[in-house]
Design a protein around this ligand. Structure first.
Ligand SMILES: C[S@@+](CC[C@H](N)C(=O)[O-])C[C@H]1O[C@@H](n2cnc3c(N)ncnc32)[C@H](O)[C@@H]1O
Length: 249
């Protein structure tokens, strides 16, 4: 997807994003724990959440840190970020931040979160190295992303499109090393269960950006395919994420 299509996708999704992703407070709590533990967030930390979306995870960060800067390319997504002490928002693309064309309200960060945003970035090497320069010594950068193979109950064409475009988390770890960070890759999964009706409505709402590549007719065909493959009332699968942690010397 080009940058305008990506921004339009998230602008359209902004108002309902949390309904799709906060489907289970337990999931958000689990993911927040995965992030806080890996970033080793401490009370005095200054944190950047880049590609923060609606601030679903910035909320948990803000409870444990001194300041959180939430940056996102979509103003509509940023408008959903809950206002609270220590949280500031910046409308900017990660490429502009990494290149120093947009300055954040702090010069250096103790921790940085990039959750499910790097697949939207074409040239990832300069972005990772530019952001790494914003870390304090000992600062942590956490990239949370889907692996290259997912077990979501989507239709064949969507799964193939995903596999074609999803960057490899191991490659992100390599880019962190090139940027001078010590990097490690781990995986963790959360079991999800939805009524079939709810899951299919999420697909119809194009809850994943890759579903924007399909027109309404293709999407309805895809939904019929999912229904054929999953005639059961409840749809269950494990949502596995890759966590790429980079630590500055
Ligand atoms: C899948 S959402 C993830 C939001 C949030 N990190 C979360 O996990 O809930 C991707 C977000 O990245 C933002 N985004 C996409 N491309 C971007 C870019 N080049 N620079 C900054 N933000 C971008 C979108 O506007 C959207 O809010």
């Amino acid at each position: 997807m080009n940058r305008d299509v990506t921004r339009e996708h998230y602008d359209r999704l902004a108002a309902t994003y949390d309904e799709n992703w906060a489907y289970s407070p337990a999931f958000v709590e689990w993911m927040t724990g995965c992030i806080l533990g890996r970033l080793r967030v401490g009370g005095g930390d200054v944190i950047a959440d880049i590609g923060c979306g609606t601030g679903l995870y910035a909320r948990g960060l803000a409870e444990h840190a001194a300041a959180v800067v939430c940056a996102d390319a979509s103003e509509a997504m940023l408008a959903q970020v809950p206002v609270s002490d220590g949280v500031t928002t910046v409308a900017a693309r990660v490429e502009e931040i990494a290149a120093g064309r947009v300055l954040l309200p702090h010069d250096r960060f103790d921790a940085m979160l990039l959750k499910e945003v790097l697949h939207h970035v074409e040239d990832r090497a300069p972005v990772i190295s530019g952001l790494a320069r914003l870390l304090r010594p000992g600062g942590r950068m956490l990239v949370v992303m889907l692996p290259t193979q997912i077990t979501y109950p989507l239709f064949g064409d969507a799964l193939r499109l995903f596999a074609e475009h999803q960057p490899d988390p191991a490659g992100i770890a390599d880019l962190m090393r090139v940027a001078g960070l010590r990097a490690e890759l781990t995986h963790e999964g959360f079991p999800l269960a939805f009524s079939a009706e709810r899951y299919l409505q999420m697909v119809r709402n194009r809850y994943m950006s890759l579903l924007s590549a399909f027109d309404d007719e293709q999407l309805e065909e895809g939904i019929a395919e999912i229904r054929r493959d999953h005639p059961e009332e409840r749809i269950e699968f494990t949502d596995t994420f890759a966590f790429v942690l980079g630590v500055a010397a």
